[in-house]
Structures are given as C-alpha cells and as structure tokens.
Write a protein that binds this ligand. Structure first.
Ligand code: TEU
Length: 587
C-alpha cells in the first residue's frame, strides 16, 4: 500500500518522532550549593539526558522572576533569574545541547507577566500612562450599600478572584492566576509587538529551537467581561472560563505570532522550529484540531489535559477534591486523544507527568514498596507505545513517586496548593463545608503540583546529590532507594527499562509513533489493551493495572506470538503478571 493510500498517513517531521525531556530548573541539579538548581548544573547532566535518547530538552521558565509561581511570573523576559545563571549560560546550554545532537526549547509565558515587570509598573502608575492599556483595568462596582465590588465575579485558578484592586488609580486589574500575575491585553497591538520582540525574538536570536507555549488559549478574552452565572451558591466567585478561554480572536493572535516571528526562524540544524501549546479547558477534538491542523499554521501540537485531570474533582473549583476514577474511563480518554488525529493533518502528544501534577506511579498505578518499580515500568510501556510526540518529565525515568503522605502542609511550597489549603481551612472553619479541609489534604497528597517539584534524586549521598546546600524543597525520604546512579548500574532498573523502550520506540517508529490506535476490551476494568497499526505492521500492547495476575486478552493471544518487550524479565505465555506491560509486534 502506498503511504498516501493509508487514511491515517501522517507527514513525517522531526518533532513528531522526537523524545522531549522536560527540565524544571529549580529542582534538577544545583552546581553552587545554594539549594536551587541552575543552568550550569543542567549542563553537567546533559550527557545523562542524552543517554535516554532524548532529542529535545524543554526547560521550564528560567527568566527573571520574583518566583511567586516558580518563574511563570516573569519580571523581565530578557534576563535570567540570577540563582539559575545568566543569558550567556542559556546560550551555552543551547550550544551544549546542539553538540550532543539535541535541541533546546524554552517556556513562552505571555498570557501574563509578573506585577514586578516594568510594563506593569508603568501601566499601574496612572490612567493615562501609554502602557495603561497593556493590561486589563476596570473600575469598581458598588452594591446597594456602597460596598466596593470587583468588575466581575470570576474565580481564578489559584482559589481567589481574578480582579485585584489597585489604590493608585482606584481600578481593578485582571489576573487569571495569582494577583502577582496580571494578564496582558493582547487586544493592544503595541503590547503584542512588545511581547513578540522581548519574549520570542530575543531568545530565538540566541539560538534556541522552539517553545512550549504556556496557557496558549487564553490570550483572547471576552473583553466586555460579563458576569458568570452563579453555579456555586456558597461563594461570590464563580467559574467563568467561557469568558476568558478560547476567546473570539485567539486564532488570529496565534496566527499572527506565527507569521510575524516564529516562522522567520529555524532550528540550529536548519529545520522548522517546534511549538507545543498548553491547551487547557478544551474538551472537544474539533476545538483542539482548530489549533493544531497543519494548514492553520498555528501550533505544531498541544497538551490536552484530560488524562492529568483524572481524579481532579467535578468543577474548576474542585481541582484538589479527589474523585475516584476507573480504568475504563481512563482508557476512553487515551482512545479519544490517540484517535482524534485520524484522517486529519493534526498531531497529538503523549505524556502523563509535568511540573503541574503528581507523579504518574502514585496517580495511575501503585507506589507502595512492593509495586512501585513494576508500576513505573508498566507505565513506561503504556507511554512509549502510544502515537504522537512523547514528553517525559524529569525523574519519571527513574520512577520517582509522590512525597510521603506523612509530610505536613509546611513541606508544600506551591502557591496553588497553599491557596487551596487556606480556602479549605476557611470553608471548614466557618461551617460552609466542614469536611473540605480533610478532602483537600487528601487531594493534595495525590495531585499537588509540589510532588513533581521535589529535588531530582541523583544518588544516595546527602540531598540525593542534588545540592551540597539545603534544597529549596525537601528531598524525598526514599532517595537512597530511588536514584539515577544506582539505576544506571542495574540492567533491571526502571531507568534501564526506559532506555530500552525508547530505543524500541525509535526502531519501530512507523507503528509506535505514527500508527493508528484501536482500543481493545474497553470495559475490562483490570487490563488496558490496544492495537497499533501501520501498513502491514501491527503492534499489540497489554498492560496489567492491578497487583494480581490477569489473562491476556484473547484477541492478542490468538493474533500474535512475537513478544517485543515485557516489563518483567520473564514473560509468561498465558498470564500477565502484576503490573506487567508488554508489546508484541507482527510484520
Ligand atoms: O499552567 C496553566 C494552567 O492553567 C493549568 O493547566 C495548570 O495545570 C495549573 O496547574 C493551574 O491549575 C501553566 C503552568 O504550567 C503553570 O505552572 C503555571 O502556574 C500557569 O501556567 C500560570 O503561568
């Protein structure tokens, strides 16, 4: 069959088959003993990243920032947060990646700046400042008793309202995240030009190869800002994403950013740049496709978050109110985002961890002592065999797990966790929702963003070899058991297995990266089985998500005999062992 006769044929391009490795700079490797990771530390570990056969390093924000939201609050796009290093260090990082055949992408955080950014300082200084309109300023409202109210009743991401009052000019400014993260007004053309120049052009000139684009669907809002309907009668603030997400000019803005800046550059080796956008609150495939269809010239790919939202409550305000989920629900999510590109010119991504989520072993499998290693390997099979571009998050490859449940709230540092915690304490104390505090503690133990931000576990020396000083976050108690050094030397380790699986993914990229996906036995509550197909080649993947042996699905056992890999050293012919993952290939 000619490739074009295949309805699932996807054009081959470097970033579709690349393996991306996300580095969270604060927690990766500290070179100078101040307890914060840094760029020289990261450079010293590039050989480690390359040894995984990673092709691209995605570096989370290392820009100048007061660190209210760990660098997603940028006070100067053209400078580096001093504890991380300098602009020169980042240029050097790009070169060192390139020397190893890897590319480097940075985080592009342009929905908002820090309130310490010079643009916002100017904007807030007076109503007629030339940059006033670069942010969203609105006058207060007043109730019948003359009490001042914000312009709308929107709830923000971090458990508060989206408007903060500023005395200087007696107006409120909008922020979808923390009050120290005012939203930029993309309606203002001058502002857009400044963003392109300072945040994008500046870094592409320094030789980076693309961007992960933060909160990409929130640049266009309904700027008449209607009040949101009251869906939560317990509080003034209401979920209102319909007014600030996927707004009327969003595609125009992204196309402009692409045509005016991004498309003018190439990677260090003369290929198209890569962009991957963070697309939250977009549940429908058609909506997602409108951003990643190649002919739209907007984004190469996006992260759709249904998979990491599993368990995250029933509403915008319930993120940490854990709701149990079932394997069939999870399988349907994977199926949805594996198949939405069938017959289209769009592309998908594969991931289950990042810096905004708990660790996958703890969330999707079993992090108890007896099963954590088997679970990590099974999840490796799950990810590595899926169609789309693979993104790994630092520490995933050694099976790092969530912080111990015994740790108190004082070990959590994330603004989101702490705000949800204070809100829960208040709502429990005033009787609005007496059990909320306990529920939120439980939810944070599973899903807090802090879990993924613990220092990387390099070895069994003090502070896990991350730093010779006191790490900014506590090091996991289990670092002597789970660390990269011991796993490098062990052919049976999670790390060695990841390396093996990534090699197999590349060797069989036709079916594993580009193949079509078919879910088998959707209702089976214990095993996750799927078939991948590419021309004459078929792969079967079977994953046991339980701690007991499970039968191999009939369709797999009768169709296929060629075992390509198992997460156990010895695979049994008829039975899947606890938390075992396998791949068969026929061609
Ligand atoms: O996250 C954007 C975001 O809206 C969420 O999808 C995210 O998962 C977060 O947990 C909010 O609940 C990005 C960054 O990844 C995140 O770290 C930042 O806090 C946020 O933008 C603001 O810049």
């Amino acid at each position: 069959m000619s490739p074009h006769a295949d309805p699932w044929h996807h054009e081959r391009i470097w970033w579709k088959e690349a393996v991306f490795y996300q580095v969270y700079p604060a927690s990766f490797k500290d070179s100078n003993g101040d307890g914060w990771g840094d760029i020289p530390g990261l450079i010293s570990k590039l050989d480690y990243i390359a040894s995984l056969s990673a092709d691209v390093v995605w570096l989370s924000p290392m820009f100048e920032s007061p660190q209210v939201d760990m660098g997603y609050d940028i006070s100067n796009y053209e400078a580096v947060y001093a504890p991380y290093g300098s602009v020169e260090d980042v240029e050097n990082l790009a070169k060192e990646c390139h020397n190893r055949g890897m590319k480097l992408i940075l985080d592009l955080v342009i929905n908002h700046t820090s309130d310490q950014h010079a643009w916002f300082q100017e904007s807030r200084s007076s109503k007629n400042n030339p940059k006033r309109d670069w942010y969203f300023w609105r006058p207060p409202r007043y109730d019948e008793h003359g009490n001042r109210l914000p312009p709308t009743n929107y709830r923000s991401y971090f458990a508060g309202g989206t408007w903060t009052y500023d005395e200087t000019t007696d107006e409120y400014y909008l922020h979808l995240y923390a009050k120290e993260q005012p939203d930029l007004n993309w309606e203002n053309e001058e502002c857009r030009k400044a963003i392109y120049q300072s945040a994008i052009h500046f870094w592409l000139e320094k030789g980076i190869d693309g961007f992960r684009v933060d909160t990409v669907n929130k640049y266009s809002k309904h700027v008449d800002f209607p009040d949101a309907p009251v869906t939560d009668p317990n509080t003034f603030i209401q979920p209102a994403a319909q007014f600030w997400c996927n707004g009327p000019r969003i595609h125009e803005f992204i196309q402009e950013m692409n045509s005016k800046v991004l498309s003018k550059y190439q990677t260090y080796d003369g290929q198209p740049l890569v962009t991957v956008g963070e697309l939250s609150l977009t549940p429908d495939p058609a909506g997602v496709l409108s951003y990643v269809s190649a002919k739209k010239k907007e984004l190469d790919m996006i992260f759709q978050f249904d998979i990491t939202h599993l368990g995250q409550g029933n509403g915008f305000q319930d993120k940490y109110d854990f709701t149990p989920w079932t394997l069939p629900e999870m399988k349907r999510i994977v199926e949805k985002w594996q198949t939405f590109i069938d017959g289209t010119d769009g592309w998908t991504t594969v991931f289950n961890e990042n810096h905004d989520n708990g660790r996958s072993v703890s969330r999707f499998a079993d992090d108890s002592p007896g099963w954590r290693k088997a679970s990590a390997k099974m999840l490796a099979v799950w990810l590595v065999t899926q169609t789309g571009t693979l993104f790994l998050y630092q520490g995933q490859e050694i099976g790092m797990i969530n912080a111990p449940k015994e740790w108190g709230i004082e070990e959590y540092k994330d603004v989101e966790a702490l705000n949800y915690w204070s809100e829960a304490v208040r709502l429990s104390a005033d009787g609005t929702d007496p059990t909320r505090k306990d529920r939120i503690v439980h939810g944070l133990q599973i899903m807090a963003r802090d879990h993924s931000r613990l220092p990387f576990q390099w070895d069994s020396t003090e502070n896990a070899g991350f730093s010779t000083g006191k790490p900014w976050m506590r090091t996991h108690d289990l670092y002597r058991e789970i660390n990269a050094e011991s796993q490098s030397a062990d052919p049976d380790s999670v790390l060695s297995f990841y390396k093996q699986m990534i090699r197999l993914r590349k060797e069989h990229k036709d079916v594993l990266v580009y193949g079509s996906f078919k879910l088998l036995e959707p209702d089976n509550p214990n095993t996750f089985a799927f078939r991948k197909h590419y021309q004459d080649k078929t792969a079967f993947v079977v994953l046991n998500f339980t701690p007991s042996p499970q039968p191999i699905p009939l369709e797999v056992s009768s169709a296929s005999g060629n075992l390509l890999a198992s997460s156990y050293r010895k695979a049994d012919a008829r039975t899947l062992q606890p938390y075992e993952g396998r791949v068969y290939i026929d061609y």
